[in-house]
Design a binder for this molecule. Structure first.
Ligand code: ATR
Length: 276
């Protein structure tokens, strides 16, 4: 039997997910399909019902449906509940289970870099600074808490949104006004941009990294361009850098496993395919 899967969003043509899952379907000789499916917000319920009727095993969920899909899920995993967003749905006997694999993707990308660095760096070794307090930041902050990061600063243009994220772990998280983000750079071990600033077509992310702790790892979830101005500036200051492509690839792995029963690997060939 062919296992039917896909990704829903609006628009959907930009999505890299068909490339990633299509590559794994071929690599692991699976009998399956992965389609890009455009569903407008007003058609979300009927669109999902249609996928259930077609016998889909599940689907990924992207903008703008990651929150709206939650009310149509029969169950939600702990991560989806905590983050308040679903990016993966598993369908079994017509019932929808909503999961969030973005947190896994964010942390696994960092962990794979950590393994490459040997003992010279560890995520738990010091404070982290997260730039932004939107949906991507929620996944990042939740992941960092679960990974055992001892202190998390969140700097955001709208301070109230950063303050709301402090509820995840009161005492462990501190909100910072956007113009004070540089003040904690001398003590941080990890810096992550979770805003869209620096992405092709968006405003630049302006930050002076000159006081950053020399052991810090600088990460940008933006992957177009792969080496953002933030990462270039970090390299100019001899800091370690981690690009955002790994998060995209790693978040796809648990979804593929849920549908096809194989935990696929992220390889340089897959990275090349997605970056073209
Ligand atoms: P996503 O779900 O991708 O994280 P989002 O929820 O719209 O998207 O969040 C975008 C983030 O980028 C927010 O933290 C936003 O700051 P505000 O909360 O103040 O809106 C941040 N952001 C967007 N444009 C920005 C800018 N020009 N300067 C600083 N921060 C910006």
């Amino acid at each position: 039997m062919t296992i039917k899967t896909g990704v829903i969003g609006h628009p959907i043509s930009h999505s890299k997910s068909p490339l990633i899952h299509g590559y794994w379907i071929k690599t692991y000789f699976c009998k399956g399909t992965y389609e890009a499916i455009d569903i407008a917000p007003e058609n979300l319920k009927s669109g999902i019902d249609d996928l259930i009727a077609q016998g889909f095993a599940g689907f990924n969920v992207t903008v703008p449906h990651k929150q709206a899909i939650m009310e149509y899920c029969d169950t939600l995993d702990d991560t989806a509940l905590a983050v308040g967003a679903v990016n993966t749905v598993v369908i079994e006997n017509g019932r929808l289970e909503g999961r969030n694999t973005d947190v896994f993707g964010f942390i696994e990308n960092i962990r794979s870099a950590e393994r490459n660095m040997g003992l010279s760096w560890g995520l738990e070794n010091g404070p982290a600074l997260v730039l932004g307090a939107g949906g991507a930041a929620r996944a990042a902050v939740y992941g960092l808490i679960r990974a055992g990061v001892p202190k998390i600063y969140i700097a955001n243009r709208t301070l109230e949104k950063a303050q709301e994220l402090c509820d995840f772990a009161p005492g462990l998280i501190e909100a910072l006004p956007w113009d004070q983000k540089e003040s904690v750079l001398p003590e941080i071990n990890f810096l992550a941009n979770t805003t869209a600033l620096g992405m092709i077509g968006k405003d630049a992310l302006e930050i002076d990294l000159s006081s950053t702790h020399p052991d810090a790892l600088v990460h940008d979830i933006v992957y177009a361009p792969l080496y953002t101005d933030l990462l270039r500036a970090a390299r100019d200051h001899d800091l370690r850098v981690l690009t955002g492509i790994g998060m995209l690839l790693h978040q796809a792995r648990p979804a593929f496993e849920a549908w096809f029963d194989i935990m696929p690997l992220v390889t340089p060939a897959l990275e090349d395919l997605v970056l073209v």
